[in-house]
Design a binder for this molecule. Structure first.
Ligand code: GTP
Length: 497
């Protein structure tokens, strides 16, 4: 008659799943479990003692004494029967006399079981995982104290399983924590790399000011920008204010105070900073308050600096070029005094001023006498030299400041005298005539004294609603004509319009 397998409990699948969660099946031997079977064998005086865990189709021995086999099929397992009465010690006093086991190969063959007693190992929730059991080759019984000891050892085994579960959970949590913290570390690293990339890509130095102490710290790029070693050896001062150009300090302070006081969302400004080599570099500065005290006082400001020295230099060059261009566009190339365009602009401007202030505006129209004859006699290049010299002499006569000397036409000059009444204008004209006489530029072809002379028309007007600037130029032209007609080397004053 074959062995009679135990009936399966309804929750057997749950039980097996629970057992497998301990991940103990097929694990290596462990001292704590070995101790339990050694104790069971000794306390019960049995040659064989096992911790048998009942898997789906086998029983596997976590610890054993007196038996070679590591596992047996579940159908042959005495322990499987013990699971049906979880609260009691399952005992077979004599397997030969029990029809369920008499033909069991473990009874008829090695290890020749006659006696079996198994205490179920009950884990949390009351599910039996297997038994702590003792086996003898002789029929017998357990004393009540031995049965109680076997149950105590089964509880110890359950406690070991619970401990194993807790340990594994703790290990898993520790591993997850380590993973999370490694991920957080990696994330921090990535952020730092990204920030570095942004700072490098934008060529930005990073700085940090502790506001109450004004102590300044900076990253490697900032230090490098200021000429210090990137290894962190910064400027000898920790007070950032001493690094700022004194001329720029008021502007920096105002921008900073606007932000610290809440009037501006950020501190932004361009200013110069001291380079270690002694020169100044231009930086574009951006910063924000990142920490405030409980009462709202700024504690920490973090910002960036971009070196904009090259841009600033380029801007200065462009400005200079622009100024040069501006000057070129208003200057007569031959004589260096203002050109006609400049004169026209100045006349319009001064006319408007005269209209506002009711101050007189005087104009001298100055023409070189017999200049055609000069060119004819001395040649055109000498004529050019003569024009330059005359321009110099006239400019020297208009020395009050505010006067405008311009080349009006070929050998004709104009001097505009803002705020000058007729007497003053006449005096300037006289000085010009005298300067030419004193200058004594040889002009042997001139019927007038053998030196270059001038004819000057003088006119003065106060601008008004019904009078145009042309009135002034026409009057000066008419006066000039009078001077020519009167014999040259003289001035004539235009009549008041
Ligand atoms: N060398 C030189 N000559 C110039 C320049 N611009 C105008 N002239 C000459 O100046 C002369 C002006 O001659 P005119 O207008 O006849 O008058 P003028 O000979 O000075 O005689 P008056 O004005 O009547 O005294 C002309 O021969 C022009 O060629 C210049 O830039 N350089």
């Amino acid at each position: 008659m074959p062995a009679v397998p135990a009936a399966r409990a309804e929750n057997d699948a749950d039980r097996v799943a629970h057992l497998r969660r301990f991940e103990i099946l097929d694990s290596l031997p462990e001292g704590a479990y070995d101790d339990i079977v050694a104790l069971a064998s000794q306390l019960c005086g049995a040659p064989i003692a096992l911790i048998s865990l009942v898997d789906a189709e086998r029983q596997w021995f976590k610890a054993r004494v007196g038996l070679e086999a590591q596992e047996t099929p579940r159908d042959l397992a005495f322990c499987d029967h013990a699971l049906l009465r979880p609260d009691a010690v399952f005992t077979i006093p004599d397997a030969h006399a029990d029809p369920r086991f008499a033909d069991n190969p473990l009874v008829t063959g090695p290890p020749h079981i006659r006696f079996y007693a198994g205490a179920p190992i009950l884990v949390e929730g009351g599910l039996p995982m297997g038994t702590v059991c003792v086996i003898d080759t002789q029929p017998r019984l357990l004393a009540p104290a031995q049965a109680a000891a076997l149950q105590a050892l089964a509880r110890q085994t359950a406690a070991l399983l619970a401990l194993r579960a807790h340990t594994r959970l703790a290990q898993q949590q520790a591993a997850e924590l380590a993973k999370t913290s490694a991920e957080a570390q990696r994330e921090r690293q990535r952020s730092a790399e990204l920030l570095d990339l942004v700072l490098r890509g934008g060529n930005l130095g990073l700085w940090d000011i502790h506001v109450p102490s004004s102590v300044w710290t900076a990253n490697a790029r900032e230090l490098e920008m200021l000429g210090h070693a990137a290894d962190g050896a910064g400027p000898s001062t920790t007070d950032w204010r001493t690094l700022i150009h004194p001329d720029d300090w008021p502007q920096v302070r105002a921008a900073l105070q606007a932000h610290l006081g809440g009037a501006a969302p950020a501190f932004q400004c361009e200013h110069r900073m001291r380079h270690r080599a002694g020169h100044w570099i231009w930086v574009q500065s951006h910063a924000v308050v990142v920490d405030r005290s409980a009462d709202g006082q700024p504690l920490r400001v973090v910002g960036t600096h971009r070196d904009v020295t090259r841009r600033k230099e380029a801007e200065a060059e462009i400005e200079l070029a622009h100024a040069r261009l501006q000057q070129l566009s208003t200057t007569d190339a031959l004589t260096g005094v203002g050109n006609r365009r400049h004169f026209d602009d100045c006349l319009a401007r001064e006319w408007a001023r005269s209209a506002r202030t009711h101050q007189p505006l005087a104009l001298l129209m100055i023409d070189i006498d017999h200049f055609k004859l000069y060119n004819d006699r001395y040649g055109h290049p000498a004529g050019d030299d003569c024009l330059r010299r005359v321009a110099e002499l006239i400019t020297a006569c208009a020395r009050r400041g505010g006067e405008i000397v311009a080349r009006y036409g070929g050998e004709e000059f104009a001097v505009l005298l803002p705020g000058t009444p007729i007497d003053g204008a006449r005096a300037v004209a006289q000085r010009c005539l005298q300067a030419l006489r004193d200058g004594a530029i040889e002009h042997l072809a001139s019927p007038t004294d053998g030196v270059v002379s001038l004819s000057i028309g003088v006119a003065v007007r106060v601008a008004g609603k019904s009078i145009e600037p042309k009135a002034l130029t026409d009057a000066a032209d008419a006066a000039l004509y009078e001077a020519k007609r009167g014999g040259r080397d003289r001035l004539a004053v235009g009549t008041a319009g």
